[in-house]
Design a protein around this ligand. Structure first.
Ligand code: 5HY
Length: 243
């Protein structure tokens, strides 16, 4: 059995459950999923400040996962917070859900649109499109204008807004696929794909399969150059636990 650690960088236990269940639904027979979130941090990630806080929690979980002998890691927040720092710390592959969903979308469509939560996080997705080289593949970015945790309030309101936005985007954007821009939307992709007849891609499941592919190919994070383990130095105070 290989273990893939799926990290929800926010501290919402309900969202961690949603993410873990989606990951387990697609995991291979020989893959065990452990879904975790930081003990301390931010309940939802809705901007740059939240991302900076969440990144520390991601690094703590990566360190813990390494010590537990996990084979690979998924960062299950659409901003891919702490991704490169996590890759320095990790031995195994680390894949973020935004990059995973974007890569998958480019394999099935020439253009994809992104549907996420709050308008203010659209800049984060834009930055990732630039960083990953997918700017020219993204037709449009949309926000349902509800907070991240509206996805976990049980009302179904956020899920319906995602559905409506996907329908409008397919009609208006000239996109062939949709990328769901939140870890908390992981459970919506398969049903929306069936109903809308267009690939609606969730990054949690995409990232799990990409980590499995990397492992199957014997590929781990390169330790040659800028993703080598961090330079050893004495971390102080609250950061001692990252030594
Ligand atoms: O940026 C977003 O809207 C979604 C992002 N925030 C969060 O707490 N988990 C996420 O996937």
């Amino acid at each position: 059995k290989q273990i893939i650690q799926v990290i929800n960088p926010n501290t919402s236990l309900a969202m961690t459950e949603t993410i873990g269940a989606a990951a387990r639904a697609v995991a291979a027979e020989n893959t065990e999923i452990i879904a975790v979130c930081p003990a301390q941090g931010v309940p939802s990630i809705e901007g740059h400040f939240d991302e900076a806080i969440a990144a520390i929690g991601v690094l703590e979980q990566i360190k813990a996962g390494r010590e537990q002998g996990v084979s690979g890691h998924v960062i299950a927040c659409f901003g891919d917070p702490g991704l490169l720092a996590a890759r320095e710390l990790a031995q195994g592959p680390v894949v973020g859900i935004a990059e995973a969903a974007m890569h998958m979308a480019t394999l099935v469509a020439t253009r994809f649109s992104i549907v996420t939560t709050l308008p203010r996080t659209l800049i984060i997705a834009r930055h990732l499109l630039q960083q990953y080289g997918f700017e020219h593949h993204c037709a449009a970015l949309h926000a349902i204008d509800l907070p991240v945790l509206a996805l976990e309030d049980g009302s179904g309101k956020a899920q319906e807004k995602v559905r409506q936005r996907c329908i409008q985007s397919i009609r208006e954007d000239g996109c062939g696929a949709i990328v769901l821009g939140c870890g908390g939307m992981a459970d919506l992709a398969q049903e929306l794909t069936r109903e809308l007849g267009v690939p609606v891609i969730d990054g949690v499941t995409a990232a799990v399969k990409m980590v499995e592919s990397l492992l199957a190919l014997g590929l781990s994070t390169s330790k040659h150059g800028d993703l080598d383990y961090p330079i050893r130095k004495k971390l102080s105070g609250q950061f001692e636990r990252l030594n």
